[in-house]
Design a binder for this molecule. Structure first.
Ligand code: E4P
Length: 217
């Protein structure tokens, strides 16, 4: 399983990229709004940091296929690495089909059932984004959805890639890797949590103490 970072904050993206752990970025309208910056400006900056797929979503207020197709073309024109994020609706599927026919990569977002993922894959989506954490939030095991989609795509021989999204903690990450997600898009906070273990910290302190006791600073 590969890692994308799920943020529109360029400082976080730079940090994660410098660690060498991410190979792509996902954004959404809420994450862009949180930064309070112009969409194109922030997306352009992200493309200058990470050399990999960058998901930029159509406007949250655009709900018709024609509008999504028009915006999708604009997003794709920003940089060759751009992936157009389209919400899972009937209109969204039409937009995915049209953009796919033009060779534009898409990421079908807000996937909450296996059937939604199957439809998006058949429409030509490059990626599907099942939302793990938001299902957990309503007492429905999100990991089961990732597992089912992975099995289903395998049986059907579909090459649409699964981006496990709405990741809230390091256990989600491990579970997604085992369930067969191709990618997990992980918030910066969770990436940092994944680097930690109390015994690692204790080990560093002990090594420093032992070293200093003999060799000094
Ligand atoms: C995925 O692409 C979404 O941007 C994101 O993972 C949603 O996460 P949330 O449910 O924590 O907002």
């Amino acid at each position: 399983m590969r890692f994308f970072i799920d943020t529109a904050n360029v400082d976080e993206i730079r940090e994660a990229n410098d660690m060498g752990v991410i190979c792509g970025v996902t954004t959404n309208p809420s994450l862009i709004a949180k930064e309070g910056r112009d969409f194109k400006e922030v997306i352009k900056e992200i493309t200058s940091i990470v050399d990999g797929p960058i998901s930029g979503e159509v406007k949250a207020t655009t709900t018709d296929a024609e509008g999504m197709i028009r915006e999708g073309r604009e997003i794709a024109a920003i940089h060759p690495n751009m992936v157009v994020k389209i919400p899972m609706t009937a209109e969204g599927l039409k937009a995915i089909k049209a953009l796919h026919a033009e060779g534009i990569k898409t990421n079908c977002t807000l996937i909450f059932t296996a059937n939604q993922a199957l439809l998006a894959a058949r429409a030509g989506a490059t990626y599907v984004s099942p939302f793990l954490g938001r299902l957990d939030d309503i007492s429905t095991p999100g990991i089961d959805l990732i597992q089912t989609i992975a099995d289903m795509f395998d049986v059907a021989g579909l090459d649409t890639q699964i981006i496990a999204a709405s990741i809230r903690n390091p256990i989600h990450v491990t579970d997604c890797a085992l369930a067969g997600a191709d990618i997990a898009t992980v918030p910066y906070k969770v990436i940092m949590q994944m680097t930690k273990h109390p015994l690692t910290d204790a080990g560093i302190v002990k090594f420093q103490e032992d070293y200093k006791a003999v060799f000094g600073e």
